[in-house]
Design a protein around this ligand. Structure first.
Ligand SMILES: [Zn+2]
Length: 78
C-alpha cells in the first residue's frame, strides 16, 4: 500500500483584493453597462435598475458590503 500523501500546502493567499471594479452604488452589482449619450454617458445597473453618472470603485469586499446592505434593506421594506 503506497501512501502517496503529497500534501500540497501551497499558500495561495497572495490573491489580493485590491483590484478595483466599478460597481453600482445602490446594490453593489458589477453588472453595469455604460451608455454613451449626449455629452456624458450614464451607467445602468442591470440588477436594480439604477441609472446615473456615478459608480463606485470598489474591491470585492466593498462590493459584498454594498450588496449585503442592499439585500438587508430589501428585506426590511417587505
Ligand atoms: Zn444596482
Amino acid at each position: 500500500m503506497e501512501e502517496n500523501d503529497t500534501e500540497q500546502n501551497d499558500i495561495q493567499g497572495s490573491e489580493e483584493d485590491e483590484e478595483l471594479i466599478e460597481v453600482c452604488p445602490v446594490c453593489g452589482s458589477p453588472d453595469l453597462y455604460y451608455e454613451a449619450g449626449g455629452t456624458e454617458g450614464l451607467y445602468h445597473c442591470k440588477y436594480c435598475g439604477y441609472i446615473g453618472g456615478f459608480v463606485i470603485d470598489a474591491n470585492r469586499k466593498m462590493m459584498q458590503l454594498i450588496r449585503d446592505e442592499y439585500e438587508s434593506k430589501l428585506r426590511v421594506s417587505e
